[in-house]
Design a protein around this ligand. Sequence first.
Ligand SMILES: [Mn+2]
Length: 316
Amino acid sequence: MTKILDLLDTFITPERTKAGCSFGDIDMQISFNEAEIVFFGIPLELTTSFGKGTSRGPEAIRSASGRQIETYVYDEKKDIKEIAKIFDLGDIKLPENTGGKKIESVFSFLNENVPPLIEELSITRKKPFILGGEHTISYFCFKGLSATEPLLIHFDAHRDLKPEYEGMKLCHTTPFYRLIEEGFIQGKNIIQIGIRQTDKEENNIAEKNGIVTFDPWEIKNNIDDITEYLHKVTNNRNIYISFDIDVYDLPYVPCTGTPEPFGLDPFEILKILKSINDSANLVGMDLVEVALKNDDYREGALGTQTLLRIIPRKYV
Ligand SMILES: [Mn+2]
């Protein structure tokens, strides 16, 4: 645990983040050792290509969850405080003053620290719930759990499977390509849900690698296809959820960088989340591309409510 303990010292505790509170503002009665779900933020915003604001994702989630939203989940008739042992570590402090090589040095910092941290959490039976930040963080997070050979359930408008983008091998549009290329996962163990914006090459990469795709047209046409499929393939499986907030339809996500029409609505997402088999085991998850602009907390609220619908599931 020494490596983790060293790193934990470098976290900005929730109270010292801009939100000023932990996820859900749950009074810290649960110690780190007792915790079964461990939240932390990676407020990464380095390679975003269009809209900005992902560095404030963890702040949006903590603020909305702590100040606006009750921990009682109405449709579950359950209070998160009573059913889950959650500890919020705060945000990873990203290196500053890195001179001209900012992206490289931040990525090598994340690469050295995030996978071992997540692996240790997992070994000590704590499920990491990571708040982004741009989607690039999924590369570092998933690496730490790849030994558990999870099925990757990826909610997104985009495939994020580009070999390279604007000269960058690792950025917000490439994490899953890198993970496949470096052997951390095989395409057949990836399910992409909500995809509606891609290019031809990326689409071919998905098909060639055997990635299973459910686009919104298919889901709107017959949602039972995906729910029955997910229920079956997640039976007794380790799973990892990578949740890009832009899987939701454009009007739901006013702050994220690359919103897309023809998306899914919260009822459909909930139905899909509930169709994952009770016998599955979530080894970890990330919620990415949430942003905050002009005090618009709609994404913070939607992201929080998504997390509050995942936490009560039996697979968590
Ligand atoms: Mn996306």
